[in-house]
Design a protein around this ligand. Sequence first.
Ligand code: RIB
Ligand code: CA
Length: 322
Amino acid sequence: MAPIPFILDTDTAQDDCVAILLGILDPVADLRAITMVAGNVGFEQQTDNALMTLSVAGALGDVPVFLGCRRPMVRPWVSAENVHGDGAGGLSMETSGLKTASEHGVDALLRLTAESPGELTIVAIGPLTNIAMAVVKDPSFAGRVKSLYIMGGSNNARGNITAAAEFNFYVDPDAAKIVFEAGFDITVVPWEPLTVRDALFSREQMAEIASSDSPVARFFTAVCETTLEFDESVGIPGSSHPDSMTVALLLHPELVTHSAAYAVDIEADSELTRGYSAMSWGVHGLKPNARVIESIDSAKFFEYIKSTMATVTTPSRPIVGL
Ligand code: RIB
Ligand code: CA
């Protein structure tokens, strides 16, 4: 089977880094570009995190990094530094001489999909600002994207940044609303119940991954620690991996055990329920606009992450603290 070509739109911190690693290390993946969007941590920090991730995989310079929107469409940016710290566990790398692509991330999304109409999947694992801005700039954009995988929202369940909303949809609810109305072929990978039930690794499992002692496994352990501590502090008993799960389900759809068609709409007006993802499961007379993943094979997903993180690589540049 030919490798699967995709673009990763990311707010690179913690599990976003793991998602990038899958795009580089899994032979099924053909990661064509990374587009950066304002989300988890400071924009420059996210960019450094992405470059460091490419480096630890020995792939610095192999995948272009395009800088996209540095704030949401309407609202001020909301950080998740309280959750992720710097998003890279305090690791650092000399970035002098490194350049990100000069083209804006939104323009790169439009150009790359125009050059390969119907061939590229976009995997969006941050706020949907870049995707929505591309839709606003060119209404034909959705029609030439093969499919859009979105990490975001919760399926008739709790949020994580508020009781109602998951972070990616909370940060830019206006963008999320535009994207779900744009006509993409959408697959949604939600926070609850899916991530916290099927994509959570215990400390024992994290130790299993670390035990391979590859540079990638040491990087994985470092970038996940701060978020793991935060997860545990709010009653989530493990390391949460929604972003890497989203890439994994594109590359290995056999991991999906249940999914269904839903009508998904986003609350963009109310401050109380800003970013809430209303997911109607088909009995309310609403036209479905997305497939929502309801469960995955959790054990197989863990084994996939564990084996991929054991890949032996030669980092492109030294990672300080690794
Ligand atoms: O709510 C989880 C999502 O928000 C993940 O994509 C995480 O990286 C943050 O962006
Ligand atoms: Ca993310």
